[in-house]
Design a protein around this ligand. Structure first.
Ligand SMILES: *[C@@H]1O[C@H](CO)[C@@H](O)[C@H](O)[C@H]1NC(C)=O
Ligand SMILES: *[C@@H]1O[C@H](CO)[C@@H](O)[C@H](O)[C@H]1NC(C)=O
Ligand SMILES: *[C@@H]1O[C@H](CO)[C@@H](O)[C@H](O)[C@H]1NC(C)=O
Ligand SMILES: *[C@@H]1O[C@H](CO)[C@@H](O)[C@H](O)[C@H]1NC(C)=O
Ligand SMILES: *[C@@H]1O[C@H](CO)[C@@H](O)[C@H](O)[C@H]1NC(C)=O
Ligand SMILES: *[C@@H]1O[C@H](CO)[C@@H](O)[C@H](O)[C@H]1NC(C)=O
Ligand SMILES: *[C@@H]1O[C@H](CO)[C@@H](O)[C@H](O)[C@H]1NC(C)=O
Ligand SMILES: *[C@@H]1O[C@H](CO)[C@@H](O)[C@H](O)[C@H]1NC(C)=O
Ligand SMILES: *[C@@H]1O[C@H](CO)[C@@H](O)[C@H](O)[C@H]1NC(C)=O
Length: 771
């Protein structure tokens, strides 16, 4: 990418609007959401044209003429989602919002993008051998399941998307390969579809040139996520020889489709609502089975969030939508993508690390990590300097210690190992700034917030990332020593790390601030140092100065854990094509574990026991998910009733769904929503809630066991559920009661497990706070 500086885009946008916009009420780009369509699945182009015309007529009645409407509308959502995106002035937008046919009107906002050892770690293979108990064998590696990805597009030439050995494209597929103006872009029997959506982005940045007319991934993110979900097996994958192994996705024999909705960032956002909705509408039409969505904004309402709206329509059509929880941890309440029809995924480590030891002149040594290909020359120690002491005269202390651009004095840095503090600018940017200032190497120290969370990046210079406490020791050594020196060893690949998984500090956490009665995230999966395919348009650090090109790169984020679950969903879809998205989510959640690989409770990055607010039901266990025993099912009506319970307007709910659905007259309690986790955010004395489970195994008898949250008594009725056949459903109630008179007003955690004492442990977290 020639330009990655967001300010450049902003600047061109401002110039554009100043020079071309006449001095009348300024327009903004809006999404006008009209709910669902009444037409069926098989659409004729006449149907689609009719919808477009109806949008022109409808908006035209506000603007004066259909022609004017046609000019301001830049998307008509015609297939499954009903609505349009248009340039409107605020008064018209406000009037539209009041019209009874309109569910919501919202600004076209930007959203963030939030080898692979991980499958070994998850038990799908053992040293490259796939045991017969693996879901991979049983689900034929996700054969012919179709996984779509809303992201930065795809690098189609990557070996992860080669179609060698794959049969014809599944006949149900309706998608296309829209290569736009990029004639070098090709699909095949693996990458069966690609589309790009840039009009919402264009309305924010101004007109776009031809390089934006392509689904090609010039960033790396989309190639990485899509190959993690459904990439082929590619032998001898590594990052500069580290982490060598066979790269593969969770559903390695799935077919994949890329929906490019994210572009170079403007003010930190790269994916716009209007484009996201258009992509969902297309993907539903194209008949994907799974949608992987590693992006999101701040959690808010369900009718003005493009990802929530798009996901609803997809789930209604049986498509499972998997979303990332966000990278805004470890703050409480930071989780996004909280709709109960989405699967929301947090991120944790796997049992592999890339140690690069930091040795100090006082004989202390610390285990850091790195994936840098550059190594220090020779074995001599180098002078060590804290970035604070290498401050440029015009920089602030903070800018200096963070190693921001222009904040370092090259005269002080040259030939030394520089210590930078994590935070604000990208880790790999700090490496680049260190290199530009002439450092021979960089030690990257965590701030307290990041704890022990160490990330191995492919820095442009020799580097090692160390924990907060180790960083303190390094700074102390520098402070107390006249001529401090240090050395860093060449990174190696080491397994198995214990304990693992550990929750990533960046992984966004509950409670769910929109509907605290629904626990989010739902699950955690590997999202730290994940190696998968990458773009060749950029180097592994995505920095302008990085001229290196890699086939595979290590990236971290909930963006990386999300497609792990998407790949696992692909396998479950192959095994159980008729299961609802909720049944698949239930199988994944109730079979998860809260234990790590030393059989202790999963920790967070400060060595403290993590909670369901970090990992939801726990760490995903794909082999167990294929045989969940019981499932907590939900259908579209249940989701609509959920919206009724939240107090959304009944009229809007019925337009939203177009199912002639009416909210029930009786009050609905969110506590009874048949979710696989139980959350009561304001317990006043006592509550009795209900759940219903469906037997998806053989006839058997389940007994309940409960681990009570501290200070809460839990009574389950009945305690035994006897199932005579598969498909049978049974209800039970759970009564939660406060034991203490003056309970602590903090969240407490427990669990409820239905077990047939054989192979099934159907586990649900219980999360309670006294009112
Ligand atoms: C298109 O615009 C981008 C961003 O402004 C620029 O980096 C690129 O060089 C342009 N490409 C062409 C083909 O003009
Ligand atoms: C494996 O990849 C490395 C570079 O990543 C290359 O040097 C080596 O020749 C490859 N080995 C095989 C057997 O393909
Ligand atoms: C979205 O909707 C929610 C609830 O309906 C509301 O609280 C929020 O302010 C809305 N956000 C925007 C940006 O319109
Ligand atoms: C470091 O260890 C070496 C070898 O054990 C020893 O000779 C040297 O004195 C030690 N230096 C310090 C500063 O402790
Ligand atoms: C300090 O001045 C240099 C040279 O003019 C400039 O490149 C750099 O960006 C400035 N740094 C800061 C932090 O303002
Ligand atoms: C090292 O010195 C700096 C500046 O004098 C100070 O801010 C910092 O707290 C010291 N660090 C340690 C670990 O002693
Ligand atoms: C793990 O620990 C639990 C108790 O905390 C024990 O019941 C179980 O047998 C242990 N499992 C293994 C594999 O050690
Ligand atoms: C770990 O959990 C403790 C206790 O909840 C919390 O104070 C700390 O900030 C958490 N650390 C991280 C990195 O999440
Ligand atoms: C339903 O909820 C409303 C508002 O919370 C309450 O006033 C009313 O009494 C409830 N009705 C029933 C039948 O529980």
């Amino acid at each position: 990418m020639a330009v990655s500086n967001p300010t450049l885009y902003l600047l061109s946008f401002l110039l554009f609007s100043i020079s071309l916009t006449p001095v009348i009420a300024s327009k903004s780009s809006y999404v006008v959401y009209l709910g669902a369509h009444s037409h069926g699945l098989e659409l004729s182009s006449a149907d689609l044209d009719r919808v477009k015309e109806s949008h022109y007529d409808f908006l035209g009645s506000f603007l004066g003429s259909p022609e004017e409407a046609q000019e301001s509308i830049f998307y008509s959502y015609t297939k499954h989602i009903n609505g349009f995106a248009a340039e409107l002035n605020d008064e018209v937008a406000a009037k539209l919002a009041k019209h009874p046919k309109v569910v919501s009107v919202f600004l076209n906002k930007g959203r963030k993008l939030h080898t692979t050892r991980s499958w070994d770690f998850l038990g799908l293979e053992q040293n490259g051998v796939v045991p017969s108990s693996s879901i991979w064998k049983k689900a034929r590696f996700g054969e012919d399941t179709i996984i779509g990805n809303l992201d930065t597009g795809v690098w189609p030439e990557s070996k992860s998307f080669s179609d060698e050995g794959l049969g014809p494209i599944p006949s149900k597929w309706r998608g296309i390969c829209d290569h736009g103006k990029d004639s070098s872009f090709h699909c095949n029997r693996k990458l069966i579809g690609a589309r790009f959506f840039n009009r919402g982005y264009a309305s924010a940045v101004g007109s776009l040139n031809s390089s934006f007319e392509s689904p090609r991934d010039n960033e790396g993110h989309g190639t990485h996520t899509l190959s993690t979900a459904g990439g082929n097996m590619v032998a001898n994958a590594s990052v500069f020889g580290l982490g060598k192994g066979t790269a593969k996705g969770g559903s390695p024999r799935a077919r994949v489709a890329a929906y490019k909705v994210c572009w170079p960032p403007v003010l930190g956002n790269e994916c716009f609502d209007a484009d996201i909705l258009a992509a969902f509408d297309a993907a539903i039409h194209d008949r994907v089975d799974v949608l992987s969505v590693s992006l999101g904004g701040t959690a808010g309402g369900f009718f003005n969030d493009s990802v929530a709206i798009g996901s609803f329509h997809a789930v209604k059509h049986g498509i499972v939508v998997v979303c990332s929880a966000g990278n805004s941890g470890p703050d409480d309440g930071s989780v996004s993508n909280v709709a109960p029809w989405q699967i929301t995924v947090g991120a944790s480590t796997m049992d592999r690390e890339f140690p690069s030891y930091v040795l100090l002149g006082n004989n202390m040594s610390f285990k850091g990590e790195s994936l840098s290909d550059a190594v220090l020359p020779g074995t001599n120690f180098f002078p060590l300097i804290s970035a604070l002491n290498a401050k440029a005269t015009n920089a602030s202390n903070e800018e200096a210690i963070l190693c921001e651009a222009g904040a370092l004095d090259p005269k002080k840095v040259k030939g030394k190992i520089l210590v930078c503090l994590r935070g604000l600018n990208a880790r790999v940017d700090k490496g680049q700034q260190a290199a530009l200032a002439g450092a021979v190497g960089m030690i990257l120290a965590n701030s307290e917030l990041n704890g022990n969370e160490i990330i191995a990046d492919a820095h442009v210079l020799p580097a090692s990332h160390i924990s907060f406490t180790d960083g303190l020791s390094v700074f102390e050594y520098i402070n107390l020593t006249n001529s401090p020196v240090a050395y860093m060893t060449r990174p190696k690949t080491k397994l198995p790390t214990k304990p693992a998984p550990v929750m990533a500090a960046f992984s966004s956490k509950g409670p769910n601030i929109v509907t605290p009665e629904i626990l989010k995230p739902d699950i955690t999966a590997p999202g730290v140092n994940v190696i998968a395919a990458y773009t060749r348009a950029q180097g592994p650090t995505n920095q302008n100065f990085d001229r290196r090109r890699v086939q595979f790169n290590s990236v971290s984020g909930t963006s990386m854990s999300c497609p792990h679950v998407s790949g696992i969903v692909g396998l479950l879809k192959t095994l159980y094509p008729s299961w609802s998205p909720a049944a698949i989510r239930s199988a994944i959640m109730t079979s998860a574990t809260t234990m790590d690989n030393i059989n202790e409770s999963i920790l967070n990055a400060s060595n403290v026991k993590a909670t369901p607010f970090s990992y939801g039901a726990g760490h995903v266990q794909p082999n167990q998910a294929m045989n969940p025993g019981l499932v907590y099912d939900l259908n579209t009506k249940d989701y609509l009733k959920f919206l009724c319970a939240l107090g959304y307007s009944k009229t809007l709910i019925s337009i939203f769904s177009n199912d002639k659905f009416n909210c029930p007259r009786t009050n609905i309690s969110l506590a009874d929503f048949n979710y696989p986790s139980i959350t009561v955010p304001e317990l006043k004395g006592l509550i009795t809630l209900s759940r219903k489970v469906k037997n998806v195994g053989s006839p058997t008898t389940y007994r309940v066991t409960v681990q009570k949250p501290k200070g809460i008594s839990v009574t389950v009725k009945p305690k035994i559920l006897k199932f005579k056949k598969a498909g049978e459903e049974k209800s039970f109630t759970v009564t939660l009661k406060m034991k203490a008179k003056n309970p602590t007003k903090e969240y407490v955690f427990g669990e409820l497990v239905w077990s047939d004492e054989d192979e099934h442990y159907v586990r649900s977290p219980i999360v309670v706070k006294a009112a």
